[in-house]
Design a binder for this molecule. Sequence first.
Ligand code: SAH
Ligand code: F3S
Length: 432
Amino acid sequence: MSKKLFIETLGCAMNNRDSEHMIAELNAREGYVLTDDASVADLILINTCSVREKPVHKLFSELGVFNKLKKADAKIGVCGCTASHLGNEIIKKAPYVNFVLGARNVSKIGEIIHKDKAVEIEINYDESQFAFKDFRSSPYKAYINISIGCDKQCTFCIVPKTRGDEISIPTDLILTEVRRAVESGAREVFLLGQNVNNYGRRFSGEHEKVNFTELLRRVSAIEDLERIRFTSPHPLHMDDEFLEEFARNPKICKSMHMPLQSGSNAILKAMKRGYTKEWFLNRAAKLREMAPDVNISTDIIVAFPGESEEDFADTMDVLNKVRFEQVFSFKYSPRPMTEAEKMEEVDSEVGSERLHILQSRHDEILDELKEVRMGQIVEVYFEELRSDGYVAGRSDNNIMVKVKGSEELLGQIARVKIGEVNRTVAHGEIIA
Ligand code: SAH
Ligand code: F3S
């Protein structure tokens, strides 16, 4: 009987891809098959996130639960950013954990499972050229890493300390992976990195200097590939050449993530984001002008240390001017090993109130956008069968759309007229 693997993945798209890589390696080398029942698994992996404090706390209570329900001889491994950050502390606190594998050491999964109490968290380990085996959780779209690590030093962010320096994955490896995904049926690829439009600044070894715009051109030249998405670009590196390619290239989906973080110039400076409110507004306006169908999403942090009422008002001003289609908003959470950790915090209740004000205003904007969306005709790539007789997918500009239908629609791209819309999903009808 084959060995069973249970894996829980927290955090960002890159963690999801790391989990796919681990599943692929464990399957190809060790014959593991996936199970969604931890109590029958021979190996339990938790792929953790450390970007905010809450999930880190949750890890230890979860580990306790897994330890109780697991089979007697099953192993538990902790992977991902919290593994990189806490290392051996995890085994000290939860001695039944068999190994700890950092976010930068994913390629070592096949070896570490055979070691007991092993900790592999080398932050400068270079796995940018490691050829992982294939596994994709969706047959319809493929997540593909284009870089590892992050070279920015945003003062609130722990990621550079858990994922290390940025190294771009060689262009030819990326193109080979895209081709393979397309040959196996994916019509959409999702290019991943902490800072994708910084692509090409540093490779390991000698490689042709290809920047992100050029990478997009080369990926889009692959026949039978229909859609390209990517996350996350950095507003600082949104030069004209990049925006022009984004607008012009029909394979690039018209949905852009522009992580604002704050609308205040003083706070942006304290965060070391490298751009101003004016630059951000200019880029967003240019983008909407060049690609009128674009939907823009963002990340916002409220109550960063030192954030005054005026600073917060600047963030609200950007929210009102750009009218983002999607906002991921967070209350600042101090993280170890970051510069901002030592700065004086804003009162927690003030932070919660600002988060509430921001989210309520965004909900109003979404309600206003509903009117605009109704009646629009969009192209939807169907990828998910819902239990209620609906099939769901995303429009080119990233609206989640569901229509009545069955599995024949999966993997199809169809024109849909949008009817009733709520904040997160639109109902539609397929038209000829
Ligand atoms: N470059 C990555 C950022 C990863 S962190 C990307 O764009 O995907 C994802 C988001 O979490 C950040 O954009 C930021 O808004 C939020 N975040 C990061 N550190 C945080 C902290 N200390 N407190 C609150 N939110 C944080
Ligand atoms: Fe974090 Fe800033 Fe990099 S948010 S991941 S340090 S771009």
